[in-house]
Ligand binder design. Structure first.
Ligand code: GDP
Length: 424
């Protein structure tokens, strides 16, 4: 059984919490794209954990966690994340953590280049998380990156370091006028942070294949959401990887296997971090009210998130991109602050009403068409069964299902692991 849990929106939908909850039934949890540029926040009986690189299954005993081939791994960050979890009593061994030999290593010079480029862009900056993600994916496709497997197998690692550093300095010094990086520091860095990870590095494809053949249940956990996908998102304000469910088997290490189930995680309102078009955005006091109620500050960066009402146009598109058979609607409890709840049901673009998500460049010209629904105006965070939810909350869910043509199977009403209602 292969299941993906993916984001329908711009990321931060609460995927981490859902993976943490649903992984109870799974044997393996796998990350398949991205790096430490986003964070999952998981709250359970052991405390509050921010996971940037490790799959959420790491918090469960008996779950094997995989960092797949499609990922970019900042080895220093990973070491720190592992140390923090260990200090909180979480067990991490080569039995429950496996890192793909094909995953690419994010180097300090990728982070440096990310920062230099954002500074060069100044007012026109992309709002990069400055974790080196775009530069490292660019190097991957330039075939000038180090992979985790190089830490085990590359007899000529020292030589490759020389070659790559020479090439990299053409950009760092030549292009940006930065201080040169040296082969010595680069090699020493790979040794310092890479060597302790060696025992976790393996051919995860073989492991996953055997696990699937043995009937194990495998979950693929995505970072970010459909609208941040490099191909299908709001390019160029996207991430640099594929956040799409269909990519999960490839990015994990089992390109021959097919997903059995795609679960899309969708927020009951909209949030977005960084620059780029965000059609249904709230501003001023209206934004502050929703941001404060939802605690909408980035897990990886602490940046305040942009907020707005639920966007049925963008979400329908996200559901289609993810091929989501079922949808989990999260943070419904936050909307308890409203007597009346706005929903964006269409876009108006130069006098035309759009119900389909347009080519990203057109979004700049789009204005939201809002519908107002009745709120429930009471605390629903203690509700655990469908029957506990007020009529207006059920109507809100039904409205979204209808507007997006989706099947909402769970709603989340709080950050805690058990604050979830199974609807169907
Ligand atoms: P992810 O990257 O998709 O996992 O999302 P984040 O971790 O960035 O953001 C989700 C945040 O919302 C986390 O702090 C969660 O603990 C919290 N959260 C998830 N679901 C709910 C919910 O239904 N209600 C509330 N109030 N908080 C939630």
């Amino acid at each position: 059984m292969l299941t993906s849990v993916c984001g329908i929106n711009w990321g931060d939908e609460g995927k981490g919490k859902m993976v943490d909850l649903l992984s109870e039934e799974y044997d393996v949890v796998c990350r398949y794209q991205g790096g430490n540029n986003a964070g999952h926040t998981v709250i359970n009986e052991r405390g509050k954990f921010i996971l940037n690189l490790l799959p959420s299954g790491i918090l469960r005993e008996n779950v094997v966690n995989v960092l797949g081939a499609g990922m970019v791994v900042d080895i220093r960050h990973l070491s720190g994340e592992m140390a923090r979890l260990r200090a909180a009593g979480v067990k991490i061994t080569p039995e429950n953590l496996k890192i793909s030999d094909r995953a690419v290593i994010t180097m300090p010079y990728h982070v440096l280049l990310d920062c230099l480029e954002e500074e060069r862009l100044a007012e026109k900056k992309f709002g990069s998380t400055r974790r080196g993600i775009a530069p490292v994916y660019a190097d991957k496709y330039m075939k000038k990156a180090f992979r985790m497997g190089d830490l085990l197998h590359c007899a000529r690692l020292r030589e490759r370091v020389e070659e790559i550093v020479e090439w990299k300095n053409l950009t760092v010094c030549g292009g940006y006028g930065g201080a040169p990086i040296t082969a010595e520091e680069t090699f020493a860095y790979l040794k310092e942070y890479g060597d302790p990870l060696r025992e976790y590095i393996c051919d995860v494809g073989r492991y996953l294949h055997e696990a699937a053949a043995a009937g194990k249940k495998i979950m693929f956990e995505a970072q970010l959401g459909a609208l941040r996908d490099i191909d299908y998102g709001i390019y160029p304000y996207t991430s640099s990887s594929s956040t799409i469910a269909a990519y999960a088997p490839i990015g994990a290490g089992v390109p021959d296997l097919k997903l059995d189930r795609s679960i899309g995680v969708m927020k009951a309102y909209s949030t977005c971090v960084g620059e780029g078009p965000f059609t249904a955005e709230y501003f001023g006091e209206k934004a502050e009210k929703l941001r404060a109620a939802g605690g909408e500050y980035g897990a990886a960066t602490g940046r305040p998130r942009r907020v707005g009402p639920f966007d049925a146009v963008a979400s329908s598109y996200g559901i289609r991109c993810q091929g989501a058979d079922e949808v989990v609607l999260t943070k419904l409890d936050i909307l308890s602050i409203y007597d009346e709840i706005e929903v964006c049901v269409a876009y108006e673009c130069e006098g035309e009403i759009l119900r389909e998500f347009p080519y990203p460049d057109l979004l700049e010209k789009c204005k939201p068409v809002l519908r107002t629904l009745k709120g429930w105006g009471c605390d629903i965070s203690k509700c655990r069964r469908r029957e506990d939810l007020p009529r207006e909350a059920l109507d809100y869910i039904a409205f979204i299902e209808e507007a997006c043509g989706c099947n909402i199977t769970y709603v989340a009403v709080g950050a805690e692991r058990d604050a979830v209602i199974k609807l169907k």
